[in-house]
Design a protein around this ligand. Structure first.
Ligand SMILES: Nc1ncnc2c1ncn2[C@@H]1O[C@H](COP(=O)(O)OP(=O)(O)OP(=O)(O)O)[C@@H](O)[C@H]1O
Length: 410
């Protein structure tokens, strides 16, 4: 009820804050919060003021300007929604900025516009269930209730996926092989395998590995008929650090697995007779096939990331210096890796207020500084900036996500 109230109130103010090109000024006649407030109360208070004020809003004083100066204009939601060929959207950024909320809102909007949509979480923290306020756990396709057309969610369990990977590679590069090879005087080959650092990778996997394997798992799913219906796939990715490592992983794993497979082929003839005696040949072959499949999928993941026709990476940030700095680094890395990035969502911007209290005035000033920083950042200034307001209640459930989606995706 409270959520609906907040949403209705925000809808009333929607015309004031929804445009990506609107500048938020302090000229609107909205009361500010009393000095003894908590942040949560403060924003409820703001929206309450929005709904109860009877003063005419001086729209003239509400300046319109382009906050970011995109070098090339980026088509809006009409373009994102057009066509039935499959498109992938990956949303990423610093932890807690609103990646899941933005990804879920985009998925709802696609589904409401007629696209059978899949939203996938590769973030080990998994907040899709919380965001949709529905149980979407289990690592399987789960239908999301609410949108007009089919929307399914998939929360990949990176732990489970990594375990499968570990089991497959252990048979080739793990201790079982080492003992076996040592016994045959072929220990130096194992040393060569050691140089590939695959064992190290599996014992202390870098955070991006989970993500890479999770996405590889998604690719595996997507090869199946069951998934062919989806024309839009939205990824809610793990925080920035994971994403950056993920980008370099397909190349690394591709090279490592490639070398392992080559080495394996080299020794295959020398050891096949012995292996057949020990009855291990079949298992080895099965493991090698699994590795080869993983490698093929890694190549597909790498290609997918760079496919400008099918993929777009959307950076989500908040107006703070720290988040903007991180977004700038993320944007630079994505560009370096040739991953298509066009849009930057600046989430949680303070809604307009006529008479800010000290706290709100400071906060607003701080946010404006961060927005200016974006304008002057060589990596971010060229992206199309989408501003999303800080809403007075948590965004949970399909109606709330639809509301947020209508503000962000235009
Ligand atoms: N514009 C907004 N107004 C108000 N609350 C918001 C807004 N955007 C996100 N939130 C809230 O902020 C919290 C974090 O959002 P979300 O889970 O989407 O972030 P995230 O970047 O995916 O986090 P994580 O990195 O932990 O996965 C949630 O409680 C969400 O409801």
């Amino acid at each position: 009820m409270q959520l609906l109230l907040g949403i209705q109130q925000l809808m009333a103010s929607h015309t004031l804050i929804s445009s990506s090109s609107l500048r938020i000024t302090n000229s609107m006649p909205i009361k500010c919060v009393p000095s003894s407030f908590t942040p949560t109360k403060a924003f409820s208070f703001l929206s309450l003021s929005l709904s109860t004020t009877t003063t005419t809003i001086p729209t003239k004083s509400f300046q319109v300007r382009s906050v970011a100066a995109p070098t090339e204009s980026v088509a809006g939601f009409d373009d994102m929604v057009s066509g039935t060929q499959r498109k992938y959207y990956m949303l990423g950024g610093k932890g807690g900025v609103g990646k899941t909320s933005c990804a879920a809102s985009l998925a709802v909007k696609f589904a409401n516009n007629g696209h059978p949509t899949l939203v996938v979480s590769t973030d080990p923290a998994h907040s899709l269930s919380d965001s949709f306020a529905q149980d979407l756990t289990g690592g399987q396709l789960v239908p999301v209730e609410g949108p007009d057309y089919p929307l399914f969610a998939l929360e990949i369990n990176p732990e489970k996926a990594r375990e499968e990977f570990r089991n497959a590679t252990k048979k080739n590069g793990g201790t079982g092989v080492k003992d076996f090879m040592d016994g045959m005087g072929l220990g130096m080959i194992v040393e060569q395998l050691g140089e590939l650092k695959l064992g190290e990778l599996l014992d202390t996997p870098p955070p991006g590995l989970d993500e890479a394997i999770a996405i590889s798992k998604v690719m595996q799913f997507l090869e199946s008929q069951e998934y062919s219906m989806f024309t839009r796939i939205v990824f809610d990715t793990a925080p920035t650090g994971h994403t950056l490592r993920l980008l370099s992983l397909p190349d690394f794993l591709d090279a490592s697995i490639g070398k392992i497979l080559k080495l394996r082929q080299k020794i295959a003839s020398a050891t096949s007779a012995i292996k057949s005696v020990f009855g291990q040949e079949e298992t080895q072959q099965a493991a090698a096939d699994k590795l080869e499949k993983l490698r093929e999928r890694m190549i597909k993941v790498r290609e997918l990331f760079r496919d400008t026709d099918a993929t777009e990476f959307v950076i989500v940030t908040i107006p703070t210096v720290m988040a903007v700095s991180e977004s700038s680094r993320l944007s630079a890395s994505l560009k370096k890796e040739n991953v298509p990035v066009k849009r930057l969502i600046v989430n949680q911007i303070l809604p307009p207020s006529a008479s800010d209290c000290k706290f709100c005035a400071m906060k607003r000033k701080d946010q404006m500084r961060a927005l200016d920083m974006i304008q002057n950042d060589p990596e971010l200034a060229s992206l199309t900036m989408i501003q999303a307001p800080l809403v007075d209640v948590e965004i949970r459930g399909v109606p709330a996500l639809k509301f947020l989606g209508d503000i962000i995706w235009k």
